[in-house]
Design a protein around this ligand. Structure first.
Ligand code: PA5
Length: 428
């Protein structure tokens, strides 16, 4: 993974002014990552995870692979986006081409009747299992979905239903923890000191990822690689911290929207995960860069006009996959009615990259600073590396902005209103 900062439209002197601040924040993160009282446990997670639990995760994943056509992942926000980001990035875009493993379906991430009914229809009479994920154990959307699908599972399998329910939640407390204990469900833990959006490399992500037949050891190896690479307080030697600093400098130059872009549709949910990671971590106290996502070249035909010509308050972070395992080569047609013969012999990948280069030039030339993150190929290791890179960059970035990147007080407001409107005891 290599980052190209050539088009950020910022000079090195501006960046270097952050050297001392970055060192202090780096030390604060590393001094606190073993404490239970904050949410910094993700920092050394790649080298400090529960190895026994990982083995149990693999055993249970095999069980689901053998007895289920579908795994329902019930969770919202940080309790599902990480798993979905990894699974969508590393498997076919099209569900019916995923032949070697159960199909993962995501529920409990909205309150839509038609969505839930559609899932019920998809499952039909086929075998399925459930992985319900909630750190608090009380979040309304997944709790409702769990109630609905637990009933369906119990109607179908009777007393054996409990063998198909896997609960990922707090080790000691919460409604879900109590339900799991009462019913003897298999549980996986979300460590105390790791918050939802930083939890993809815990059981929250690893269990569904393992069920999807993705090698979780390789994923963790990628994260370890990033841990070793970016465990360096020297800003000039650390591209992760440089990215965080550049974001902050751009923000102070009124570039307060960051567009995460990729030219690979498989990264759609990775970008969704990034939006949540940065949005929920930084958007507080009236501050923060607003993260948005685009999928190119698709969105060049929708949002492209705005990015090129609209208000100049945006910058772009592009995820570029340098090599794909597959290739399609353009061939010649005798009559050339579509005028495409000039592409003869070129691969689609090459053409896609030329679209990217042309777009970056066009945007940079009209005052859209660009950060280009180059990844050799899309596999478990590179995704693991990217995950850790962005988690660390986000924490550094939040502290530079002087907000707490690990809480999300603003999320409570809609819940209070909704509970009041629903006459939840204690809310009127
Ligand atoms: O990042 C976060 O902390 C949030 O997005 C949570 O993951 C999300 O709100 C779900 O919470 P819980 O896991 O408690 O159900």
């Amino acid at each position: 993974m290599k980052i190209n900062f050539n088009n950020v439209l910022i000079n090195n002197d501006e960046i270097n002014k952050y050297e001392d601040m970055v060192k202090d924040i780096h030390n604060k993160l590393h001094d606190n990552c073993n404490s239970q009282d904050n949410f910094m446990g993700w920092l050394d997670l790649p080298i400090n995870y529960d190895k026994e639990e990982l083995e149990q995760i693999k055993i249970c994943a095999e069980k689901v692979k053998n007895n289920s056509k579908y795994l329902l992942v019930i969770g919202i926000g940080g309790s599902y986006l990480g798993a979905r980001a990894v699974i969508e990035a590393l498997t076919s875009t099209f569900y019916n081409l995923r032949e070697n493993s159960p199909i993962i379906l995501y529920v409990g991430n909205n309150l839509s009747t038609s969505y839930i009914n559609d899932i019920i229809k998809i499952i039909g009479n086929d075998d399925f299992s459930i992985n319900v994920i909630s750190k608090s154990g009380t979040t309304t959307e997944p709790a409702i979905a769990f109630r609905i699908f637990k009933k369906i599972l119990e109607n179908k399998y009777g007393n054996n239903a409990s063998e198909r329910i896997f609960v990922t939640t707090d080790e000691e407390k919460g409604a879900l923890h109590t339900i799991a204990k009462e019913n003897n469900y298999q549980t996986f833990k979300i460590p105390n000191n790791i918050g939802g959006r930083y939890s993809v490399l815990t059981a929250v992500g690893l269990f569904p990822i393992a069920v999807a037949n993705i090698n979780v050891d390789k994923l963790l190896n990628g994260a370890i690689k990033a841990y070793n690479k970016y465990n360096n307080s020297n800003l000039n030697e650390n591209d992760c911290y440089k990215y965080a600093v550049i974001r902050n400098l751009l923000y102070h130059k009124d570039k307060n929207i960051e567009i995460f872009a990729s030219y690979e549709p498989r990264l759609h949910y990775f970008i969704e995960w990034l939006k949540q990671l940065f949005g929920e971590s930084e958007g507080k106290n009236g501050k923060g860069i607003f993260p948005v996502g685009v999928e190119f070249t698709t969105d060049l035909h929708s949002l492209g006009q705005y990015i090129q010509d609209g208000r100049r308050n945006i910058f772009e972070t592009v995820l570029n996959i340098e090599n794909t395992n597959e290739s399609i080569t353009m061939t010649k047609e005798e009559n050339n009615l579509d005028n495409l013969n000039y592409l003869e012999g070129l691969t689609l990948d090459y053409i896609n990259h030329k679209a990217m280069e042309g777009t970056i030039d066009a945007h940079v030339s009209n005052d859209v600073p660009n950060i280009l993150i180059n990844v050799d190929k899309l596999d478990e290791e590179t995704i693991g590396e990217l995950i850790y890179f962005f988690e660390l960059a986000c924490a550094m970035s939040g502290f530079i902005l002087n907000v707490n990147p690990f809480n999300q007080p603003g999320v409570e407001k809609y819940k209070q209103n909704m509970f009041k409107l629903l006459n939840k005891p204690g809310y009127w």
